[in-house]
Write a protein that binds this ligand. Structure first.
Ligand SMILES: Nc1ncnc2c1ncn2[C@@H]1O[C@H](COP(=O)(O)OP(=O)(O)O)[C@@H](O)[C@H]1O
Ligand SMILES: [Mg+2]
Length: 341
């Protein structure tokens, strides 16, 4: 049994404060197990008073922590008394006034460089003269603040969240919503709605494109977000090895299910040139993502090498330069043509 299944089993053993068990009532959802043993899940505290919500939160944390292999638990609390029951999510208006194209960046797995690609795709679109926004929707591991060198919380003006402008890109991140280490409390039936609100209610102004860095994986949150936001296209990031590709295939299938066009696959961390001797090796294999894209009949957008410069630029909160920037300029051009920008 996977760690995720064990967590679901543990939750099924907890009584819902109103009726049934936490899993039956739909109060607990969107379970994500990260490789480092962190478990993320969404817990709706709808209809509970503060005390009951806190007791439930403590109980869930304690039970999940008891599952072997679990090192940390990150709960996202949502509350909305007016919410429809689980499974009958209220339809959300998806055409966002002022934003011409929504481009989702997704991956089946975490750690494949999805955020690095999302940020550099946004920079490249901005270099091409587009008005671009970048929304970091990765609730479990928001990394856009680091990638763009943003510190501090998001400002609110006139009741609207204000994205920060960096290198020609307007950015907003889940990481700008909370203090690190604190549970995120959102008003909304599910975390996916919270993210939909960040798209619809933040002060983006007029944008040609909003690039959305989705959480990794293909769980409820990703599926609901894809359904609600109806992006104009999705870019899938994968490393070349088989294990990552299996998950990338799942991500492609998920977008197929909700009729979101897959704009293409980007192979990241392909080929490593040793800085000392120049020898090129392939720690994660080579060409796997391209072959897979061919098999699935989706475009292959490009290969980003595993390079120290990529990691350094990312950590320094800077856009890539030189050859790597040129590579993203080319990827951005393909994306612009396919979505009609
Ligand atoms: N092509 C690359 N070469 C070297 N390091 C990379 C490359 N792509 C991403 N990284 C590094 O790998 C780590 C994970 O990347 P990130 O974009 O945060 O992945 P994800 O969003 O998929 O979890 C980061 O430290 C990042 O700097
Ligand atoms: Mg990320």
């Amino acid at each position: 049994m996977s760690i995720r299944d064990l967590v679901a089993e543990a939750l099924a053993g907890i009584a819902d404060p109103i009726s049934g068990t936490l899993m039956d009532s739909g109060r607990a959802a969107g379970i994500v197990a990260k490789d480092d043993g962190t478990i993320g899940l969404v817990l709706s505290v709808d209809g509970l008073d503060k005390g009951a919500a806190e007791r439930l939160q403590a109980q869930v944390e304690a039970q999940v922590r008891r599952v072997p292999g679990v090192k940390a638990v990150r709960l996202i609390l949502t509350a909305d008394r007016a919410a429809a029951p689980a499974g009958a999510a209220r339809p959300v208006e998806t055409t966002v006034p002022g934003i011409r194209k929504l481009i989702a960046v997704a991956s089946g797995k975490g750690g494949v460089g999805k955020s690095t690609v999302a940020a550099n795709l946004a920079f490249a679109l901005a270099r091409a003269g587009q008005a671009v926004g970048l929304l970091d929707a990765d609730i479990y591991g928001p990394s856009v603040p680091t990638l763009l060198g943003i510190t501090g919380r998001a400002r609110i003006e006139n009741g609207k969240l204000q994205p920060e402008m960096r290198f020609g890109v307007k950015a907003l991140s889940m990481g700008m919503m909370t203090d690190p280490g604190k549970a995120i409390v959102w008003r909304g039936p599910m975390a996916s709605s919270a993210l939909v609100q960040m798209v619809e209610n933040a002060d983006w102004g007029a944008l040609d494109a909003l690039v959305i860095d989705l959480p990794p994986g293909t769980g409820d949150i990703q599926l609901t977000m894809a359904q609600k936001l109806k992006p104009d296209g999705a870019v899938i990031v994968s490393t070349p090895q088989d294990l990552a590709l299996i998950d990338a295939r799942r991500a492609i299938a998920m977008f197929g299910e909700v009729n979101v066009r897959v704009l293409g696959v980007i192979e990241n961390m392909a080929g490593y040139a040793c800085p000392a001797c120049g020898h090129v090796s392939d720690p994660f294999g080579h060409g796997g993502a391209e072959a897979e894209a061919g098999k699935l009949g989706v475009p292959f957008l490009g290969r980003v090498p595993l390079a120290m410069a990529v990691r350094q630029a990312a950590d320094a909160g800077q856009p890539l330069d030189g050859d790597s920037a040129a590579l993203f300029d080319q990827i951005a051009r393909s994306v612009m043509v396919t979505v009609g920008l």
